[in-house]
Each structure stands twice: as C-alpha cells, then as structure tokens.
Design a protein around this ligand. Structure first.
Ligand code: ATP
Length: 363
C-alpha cells in the first residue's frame, strides 16, 4: 500500500516555520495537489516527504513505514522536477535506463521496462534522441518516464509543467491525469496554480504561511472554503469578498454597508451572521452566482461598473460595491460601460459568510 501519512510535521529555519504542524493522509492511488502562493511551504513539504530535507518535528510514513530517518533512496519514491533534470549527453533510452542500471538489473529486464514506459508515454520513437533534440513537452514525458521505470510507491512532482508554454501545459495536464488513471499511482504534486490543482487532483492541500488551511476534494474546497484565504485563492476569477455589518431589525437580520444600503438575510444566513465574534461580517460570492441588473430589483444592491472584460463566450464585469470590486459573469450580448450604475442580486443559497475577525467561514 502506497499510503503517505503526515502527522504534525514541522520544519523550521530558526524562528521561521516553513511547515507548521501539517497533518494529512494521501490514500493509496490518490492524486493530491499541494497548492498555495509562493513561500507557503509546499515545496518544503514535498522535500520533507522525499527526504531531501530533515524534518524538525512530527512523523512521515510511506507505505505503513515511518521514514523520518531514511535516506531519499530508501523511501521508494520517484521525483519529477520542473527542470526535468535529464542527462544532456545520454539518449532518451539511456536516460530511462540509468536508474535501473544503478540498481544493477539484468539488461533484458531494463530493456523491457524502458520499452513499457516509452509505450505508456508515447515516446518510443524518441528513444535514440538526445534531450536537446526534444521539445519541452517531450522532455517532460522523458522525465516522467524516468520516474515510471523505477516503479516507486509514490511519485512526487514539483511544478513539473511550469517550464512549458500555456498551450502545452494544458495538454500535459491531461497527459499526467491519464498517467495517473492508467497506473493507479499515488502522486503528490506541487503547484502554485490553483486551476492545475482543481482540474487534476483527487484532493488538494491548500497551504498558506506554512499552515495547512484545508484538505479536501477540489469540489468541496470550491463549494465550502473554510476561510477567506481559501475562498479567494481557489476559483478564477476569485470569489468576491465584501465587508459589511450584521444588524438585527426585529426578527430580521440585514447586512448593512457603510454607504447605507441593506441586504436582508435568509433565516439560515441570519443565524450564521449572528454567530460571528463581532458584528463585522464578510460576504463572499462567486461570479457565476451573482445577477447583474440595469435597473433596481427587489433585494438587489447598487454598484457601479469598474471594468468590462469580454473573453468570447462570457464577459466578466468588475463592479464597485461597498468599496469592494466584485466579479460578475454576464452574457456577452449585454452592453456595459465603465461608471454605469448597476444593481446586483445575490443568491442567498450560494453566498458565503465569514467572520471578519477570525476570517473563518460562518457555518
Ligand atoms: P514557491 O512556490 O515560491 O517555490 P513554496 O510554497 O514552495 O514557494 P517553500 O520553498 O516551501 O515555499 O518555502 C517556504 C518558506 O520557507 C519560505 O518563506 C522560504 O523563504 C523559507 N525557506 C525555504 N528554504 C529555506 C532555507 N533553506 N533557509 C531559510 N528559509 C527557507
């Protein structure tokens, strides 16, 4: 079983905690993305699992074996890096064969394992070429192949697509997904690109400031972000966040803006808003859950168009509401101009409420 378990893992450099009390379990055969902004600790976490760095505290187990004190070569893992790390003077065949020759496998077995990896990755026709005679995508496939021939318990990948152009990234994204699907491999994949994580992974570990913020399926993270950081990091365009005040009006609860407008809340949202530690509440809404009107309708709040970005199938309008810029997707046939007054309707079933003090989701 290629399960990977992190329990209270720490890594500090003096007073800087690059990884702070991180715990999660990667089940056998799962594809998990470690995702977060630059400096959040995702590469450090991967390197701790690989054994390239010693942990400062906690435990890491791979395949039911605690590996805290094992060298990388004894952990039964294979790494794929963003710079591919291919040997420039060796052919593709020799690049793939090298880790097996190091293990002193018989020649015939090496040839058969290389042929199988080349077949899976569709690089059989490239086996006699040198890396410089390959495109970026082909080099990336060879790097995957070199990990594959080792038949490891776990594949660890550090931003493997970041050196490719945008189109090739999208193509290799589906190739790596197929690779995972066909092999049933356990993969831990570092990326700063939330879209890569959402589209590829079974689960995502969202990190910030060394802490694990949320560990769940992309669908759950998207639908139920645990705090404002996750809400604004996952999803594109980002979830819009508006700072408001919860005010009780008899039996009703409304969210009041500094400008004076009020948004009455449904009973379920009223209960959440009142559970905030202070009256300060942040309203979150994804672009696709908002409706834009050119005239005031019941329950809508006033805003003003900031910019309009047509993308072809959909147009994104950015609207100023209560000192926040809110993203809304509208049909491309709707004509909008900067500074035009508009009214925004919220879907009460699909808004998110956050405690402005703790930044946690109100549930
Ligand atoms: P990026 O996407 O930019 O690679 P990351 O999320 O992978 O970022 P890490 O490389 O894991 O981030 O770094 C986490 C934190 O630890 C950062 O603040 C970084 O500056 C710090 N750090 C990493 N390595 C060292 C080191 N050897 N000495 C001191 N601080 C370090």
């Amino acid at each position: 079983m290629a399960e990977v378990v992190l329990e209270h893992v720490m890594k500090n450099y003096g007073s800087l905690y690059a990884v702070n009390d991180v715990s999660f379990t990667v089940n056998d055969g799962e594809f998990v993305a470690l995702v977060g902004p630059s400096g959040c600790g995702k590469t450090t976490t991967l390197n701790l699992i690989a054994g390239l760095l010693p942990i400062s505290g906690g435990d890491i187990a791979i395949g039911n074996r605690v590996v805290n004190d094992l060298d990388p070569k004894d952990r039964d893992i294979a790494m794929v890096f963003q710079n591919y790390a291919l040997y420039p003077n060796k052919t593709v065949f020799s690049n793939l064969a090298f880790p097996l020759q190091m293990r002193k496998l018989p020649k015939a077995e090496i040839a058969s394992k290389v042929a199988e990896a080349a077949r899976i990755l569709d690089i059989t026709h490239l086996l006699e070429r040198k890396p410089r005679e390959l495109s970026g995508g082909q080099q990336q496939r060879v790097a995957l192949g070199r990990a594959l021939v080792r038949d490891p318990l776990v594949f660890l990948m550090d931003e493997p697509l970041s050196n490719l152009d945008a189109k090739l990234r999208v193509q290799m994204r589906s190739e790596i997904k197929r690779f995972h699907h066909n092999l049933g491999a356990t993969i831990i994949y570092v990326t700063h690109d939330q879209l890569e994580a959402v589209t590829m992974a079974d689960k995502m570990a969202v990190m910030n400031g060394g802490f694990l913020q949320q560990y769940d399926t992309p669908a759950q993270v998207f639908a139920n972000p645990v705090n404002m950081f996750v809400a604004s990091f996952v999803g594109s365009p980002a979830m819009s966040l508006i700072s408001l005040q919860a005010v009780s009006r008899g039996t009703e609860v409304v969210l009041q803006s500094a400008e004076g407008w009020e948004l009455p809340l449904s009973p379920a949202n009223a209960r959440k808003a009142l559970s905030s530690t202070t009256k300060n509440v942040v309203l979150g809404a994804r672009h696709s859950t908002l409706k834009l009107h050119k005239m005031q309708v019941s329950g809508s709040v006033p805003g003003k168009i900031y910019t309009v970005e047509p993308t072809g199938d959909v147009t994104f309008a950015q609207v100023f509401i209560a000192e926040a810029v809110v993203n809304i997707s509208v049909d491309p046939s709707v004509h909008l101009s900067p500074d035009e007054p508009v009214w925004i309707e919220f879907d009460q079933e699909r808004v998110h409420l956050f405690d402005a003090e703790t930044t946690s989701a109100l549930t």
